[in-house]
Write a protein that binds this ligand. Structure first.
Ligand code: G1P
Length: 294
């Protein structure tokens, strides 16, 4: 079976839910401890053996390109000062994979954004990551998906988790054939109302895809929110008979595209790291309300 060698990472959204932090800075460049959100996705993809990453960015969003491209003022300073520790940290993002950049000129939706990467994917199965979904505390989620794909003999795989009923309308929701894991899908719906949701399994922004997805992306019309929705192309791929499975991954997932999710992810990341854990605990403990009844 063909290995998954490439990943597409979307970083073209406007970041409306994180304004004003996103006025000049892409939401994917907001930091968890000392690394931008997007770096977690890059490291996750690299940990799955992926050697080439294609970023889809917005036209006014040079920060992602600079972060992974190198030769910034900070990098030149570290070199000139001979500060090897600083240089190691500044360049840590650069050698992880080969990077390519494509632009989505207008924010037409995730379906249009993925299509921009087609020429670099080259007709092979590939991983797709929405980096504002950050997954901590377990083996790379993308590695979990590529393994599920290999075990299932190919096809596409999406990561899912149980979602509270009143939050289903924020997600792509899958229609599984039974209760297995991974489980083959009969369908998938973008942002259904709770009454119309086919299950309580919501998609997290991690996919491994058969390249026929590009034909389906070309065929979709604007969907939920008036945007070209990637989920609608996946629904077409399922309907065309390609095996598409959902996999309940291990790991703690945060939606860093929302203020509460970004804060929770930052706290988790700080508590999970040996070099920041003690200081984070010392800062958080005095702020905690006493346990009830104390
Ligand atoms: C996107 C996808 C949705 C998925 C979600 C996960 O939605 O369209 O299917 O469940 O990511 O975070 P968005 O968060 O862009 O609204």
């Amino acid at each position: 079976m063909e290995p998954v060698r490439r990943a597409v990472i979307l970083a073209a959204g406007l970041g409306t839910r994180m304004a004003p932090a996103t006025k000049a800075v892409p939401k994917e460049m907001l930091a968890l401890v000392d690394r931008p959100v997007i770096q977690y996705a890059v490291e996750e993809a690299a940990a799955a053996g992926i050697g080439e990453i294609i970023f889809v960015t917005g036209p006014d969003r040079q920060a992602v390109r600079q972060h992974f491209g190198g030769d910034t003022r900070l990098e030149r300073h570290a070199r000139a000062a001979g500060d090897r520790e600083l240089l190691r940290r500044v360049t840590a993002s650069e050698g992880v994979a080969d990077f390519r950049f494509v632009e989505q000129e207008e924010p037409l939706g995730t379906g249009d954004a993925v299509l921009r990467a087609e020429e670099h994917v080259g007709g092979e199965p590939f991983a797709l990551l929405f980096p504002d979904d950050v997954i901590l505390g377990a083996e790379s989620c993308t590695a979990q998906l590529t393994r599920a794909r290999a075990c299932g003999g190919g096809g596409s795989v999406v990561a899912v988790r149980r979602v509270a009923r009143d939050e289903l309308s924020r997600y792509g929701v899958v229609d599984p054939e039974g209760s297995g894991d991974p489980v083959r899908l009969r369908g998938i719906v973008e942002k259904p109302s709770p009454e119309d949701a086919p299950s309580d399994l919501g998609v997290v922004g991690r996919y491994v895809l058969e390249p026929s997805i590009f034909d389906h992306l070309r065929a979709i019309a604007p969907g939920a929110g008036g945007e070209l929705q990637f989920t609608d192309a996946l629904a077409r791929q399922i309907a065309a008979g390609t095996p598409v499975r959902a996999c309940r991954f291990a790991g703690r997932r945060y939606d860093t595209g929302r203020p509460a999710g970004l804060v929770a992810a930052a706290v988790d990341a700080a508590l999970s790291r040996e070099d920041t854990r003690a200081a984070a605990l010392a800062a958080i403990r005095p702020l905690m309300p006493p346990p009830e009844g104390a």
